[in-house]
Ligand binder design. Structure first.
Ligand code: BG6
Length: 476
């Protein structure tokens, strides 16, 4: 029997997403100082954050395109080093004004702003001063920044997200943070960074509850289902360990105010546990989350770590040729991640798994019972601009359609989902592949060197416009 899935609720927010350093450009303009991402992304032959998609100068044009698309929410991030160039001290008036103007423009166009306070871009000044998140001092400076921003926009912003992809910062610590060489052989450092991020997250949650009337706050984690590779009981256990280590280790802090036991015991036994001070766990509990925002792209499989004795890291596909990822994460005695053989992948080896979105929505909601919001989901692909200035991205439409259907199925079975903000509103600087890999509804005319940055609507833009206009009823 074909199931008649319930329609999306009337107040469902249809939006899109970006992050500051990936779109704004103007990396050293109007008082902004560099962030660690401005530096990490300087690689020969690959675009960097200095121009990005020139959103800093074109935000009005961009908001007009959002309005025309029909977006009712926009998830973006605030650049800490645009607001506090040195990471602390006095705010930069022009930096604050940019976010005032952006938020006012969104509100004037009926678009709900959903800011993220931190998207990988620690002010460089604080990396130079005390090694960024490695030092506990970072929590104090983040609190100063968060208090200022939340207070500034408390009457205009209801939904706040704190840290983008904490688990990815831990997993890919050298790509998401500038790590001084002396720490590179010490895997404990990444869990110390994580502990400080947890303290920063909890502090921001407390501040939203204190300052914003009716405000709601949550992290923006990256999460994905991890299936057992086979039906062997040992692989099922490997899967359980991987889920604990990659997902529950973060979500238990957000929702229960404690670290998941299995992962913490594993870290202690392998000398990787963070130093936790008195009162830290109380702060976790006080800084509870109202919802979980999450970014979903793909799924993984896990199996028993067998007799592996070495830790291995997850590889990255830097080329855009399928099959380039050579290594997957192994935590000896705990689990081993493997490619999901049941799913096709993008050119960058990310498994395409819309059913996994339904799975993870159902799973997280069953565990924590809190509303969910999708802050990223999308397909990175090579796009071609035709001579008559069109982008026929039917592959992206197929990807998004299947994921929207998955959300609808999860909601049909009772999951509360507040918003869908796919990645990305416009083409932007990829975290690993410059402008070769594109995600946007709006094409940005530039390459690795630069370009006009003219905005061009892709086929997916017109398709999503219809999806929003029909509140998800017409996905054809
Ligand atoms: C998410 C990040 O992990 O994935 C974004 O929050 C990022 O910043 C997106 O751009 C896609 O990753 P990539 O490497 O394709 O840019």
């Amino acid at each position: 029997m074909a199931i008649n899935y319930r329609p999306f609720p009337k107040d469902f927010m249809w939006g899109a997403s970006t992050s500051a350093y990936q779109v704004e450009g103007a990396a050293e303009e109007d008082g902004k100082a560099l962030s660690q991402q401005d530096v990490i992304n300087r690689r020969p032959g690959v675009a960097d954050a200095s121009l990005a998609s020139d959103h800093y100068h074109r935000f009005k044009e961009d908001v007009a395109l959002m309005k025309e698309l029909g977006m009712t929410s926009y998830r973006f991030s605030i650049s800490w080093s645009r607001v506090f160039p040195q990471g602390n001290g006095e705010p930069n008036p022009k930096g604050v004004q940019f976010y005032r103007d952006l938020i006012d423009e969104l509100l004037a166009n009926g678009i709900t702003p959903i800011p993220t306070l931190y998207h990988y871009d620690m002010p460089l000044a604080l990396v130079e001063k005390y090694d960024g998140w490695i030092s506990r001092e970072s929590v104090k400076d983040f609190a100063h920044y968060a208090r200022f921003i939340i207070n500034e926009f408390k009457d205009k912003v209801k939904y706040w997200t704190t840290i983008n992809e904490q688990s990815i910062i831990v997993q890919f610590w050298t790509q998401k943070c500038l790590i001084p060489e002396k720490y590179l052989d010490d895997p404990q450092i990444r869990y110390q960074i994580n502990h400080h991020l947890n303290l920063a997250h909890a502090t921001a949650c407390k501040l939203v509850h204190e300052l914003v009337p009716g405000g709601m706050v949550g992290a923006a984690i990256n999460t994905a289902p991890i299936y057992a590779l086979t039906s062997k009981p040992e692989d099922a256990l490997g899967m359980l360990n991987a889920v604990d280590f990659r997902t529950l280790f973060y979500l238990d802090v957000y929702f229960k105010g404690e670290y998941s036991k299995a992962s913490m015991i594993y870290l202690e036994e392998h000398n990787m546990a963070p130093v936790i001070e008195e009162g830290d766990l109380d702060l976790f509990k006080e800084g509870y989350s109202d919802f979980l925002a999450f970014n979903y792209y793909s799924s993984d499989c896990a199996r028993s770590a067998g007799d592996a004795t070495e830790r291995t890291e997850q590889g990255v596909n830097w080329t855009g040729k399928k099959g380039e990822i050579e290594s997957y994460e192994t935590e000896p005695d705990f689990f081993q991640i493997v490619r999901n053989p049941a799913c096709d992948t993008t050119d960058w080896d990310w498994a395409i798994d819309p059913v996994g979105l339904e799975f993870i929505l159902r799973d997280i909601y069953a565990r924590y019972g809190k509303p969910l919001m999708i802050t990223e989901n999308g397909m990175g692909a090579y796009d071609t601009l035709t001579d008559d200035k069109k982008v026929h991205d039917s592959y992206r439409i197929d990807y998004l359609r299947a994921h929207i259907q998955a959300i609808q199925r999860a909601m049909h079975y009772g999951v509360e989902v507040l918003a869908y903000n796919p990645w990305s509103f416009m083409d932007l600087l990829s975290t690993s592949n410059g402008y070769k890999k594109r995600y946007g509804f709006v094409y940005v005319d530039r390459d690795e060197e630069g370009g006009s940055c003219e905005r061009i609507k892709k086929d997916s833009y017109y398709w999503y416009q219809k999806v929003i206009a029909t509140n998800g009823a017409d996905l054809d």
